[in-house]
Design a protein around this ligand. Structure first.
Ligand SMILES: [Zn+2]
Length: 122
């Protein structure tokens, strides 16, 4: 069963859109970030794929790459005082992080599913 080859790209795309990597119909998330134990459509045990810190790491990396141009453009375009710019950047980066984290976690679960990276209880 663990030998079957799964399409990583399709699994990541489905996970990104909050869809089960196996059937593409059921949802991956039960709430904001909690993963369903089993897909409601195909009964795939999605809860056994441990995303752990991976999605947070990738989200932080993406947000940090966006932050640098945001500081530059914010400074050049708006000419606001540094404290106002700081407050805006904190609000915007927090919102971007919260939105991105869910997409990245879904994609991560899709990737883990495609590579049979189940929780082995280590
Ligand atoms: Zn499914």
């Amino acid at each position: 069963m663990a030998d079957d080859i799964r399409d990583s790209r399709q699994a990541i795309q489905r996970g990104l859109m909050n869809r089960c990597p196996n059937c593409g119909k059921g949802q991956v998330f039960a709430g904001y970030l909690s993963i369903v134990r089993r897909c409601p459509d195909c009964d795939e045990p999605l809860g056994e794929y441990p995303a752990a810190d991976g999605p947070a790491f990738f989200t932080i990396t993406i947000v940090m790459l966006l932050l640098i141009p945001m500081i530059g453009f914010g400074w050049v375009l708006f000419r606001s005082d540094p404290l106002t710019l700081l407050i805006w950047l904190v609000v915007v980066t927090t919102l971007i992080t919260l939105v991105l984290l869910r997409f990245v976690k879904g994609a991560f679960v899709g990737y883990l599913w495609a590579h049979h990276e189940r929780d082995r209880g280590a």
